[in-house]
Ligand binder design. Structure first.
Ligand code: CA2
Length: 147
């Protein structure tokens, strides 16, 4: 069974340790467990990086090996055409996920390049929302013959 790739961008390794009023108190290790629990038997490849290159390389890996992608690109959401180009090469479902509601924030957080490829965009459900994203991507994979 092909895995779901859950990819997390810069600074999310600090989750649960800073700005709990915006991002909550759940750590990234707990997010990983939330994702694995929600996925059931479907394998999860879970990564976080502060490097744009590493994030793109994992999207490339998913192109060859993944059934779906849940990606929280963090700040690369608003800056990275290279990440958008990589995601465009992926043929399965892509969910863009943000812990906070980026649309409640300053205008620089409103224009997402990743949204131009994402099949769904989720924002503001907190860290627990990763489980919802996993269930949604599983549903989307289930609708495809080659999932
Ligand atoms: O809400 C999200 O999930 C974000 O993608 C998080 C990004 C931010 O740039 C996006 O606008 C929204 C990263 C925020 C900074 O990283 C932190 C991580 C943990 C604790 C505090 C900051």
């Amino acid at each position: 069974m092909k895995p779901i790739y859950v990819l997390n961008g810069p600074n999310l390794n600090r989750l649960g340790k800073r700005e709990p009023d915006i991002y909550g108190t759940t750590t990234l290790a707990e997010v990983e467990q939330i994702c694995r629990n929600a996925a059931g038997e479907r394998p999860i490849v879970f990564h976080q990086t502060n490097s744009e290159e590493a994030l793109i390389n994992w999207v490339h890996e998913a192109i060859d090996e993944g059934a779906g992608i849940v990606i929280n690109p963090a700040a690369f959401t608003f800056t990275s055409l290279a990440l958008l180009d990589a995601l465009k090469m992926f043929e399965g479902p892509v969910i863009e996920f943000h812990i906070s509601n980026i649309h409640k924030r300053e205008p620089i957080y409103h224009r997402s390049y990743v949204s131009m490829r994402a099949d769904a965009v989720m924002a503001g459900l907190g860290a627990a929302g990763y489980a919802t994203a996993i269930r949604a991507v599983l549903d989307m994979i289930g609708l495809r013959a080659d999932g």
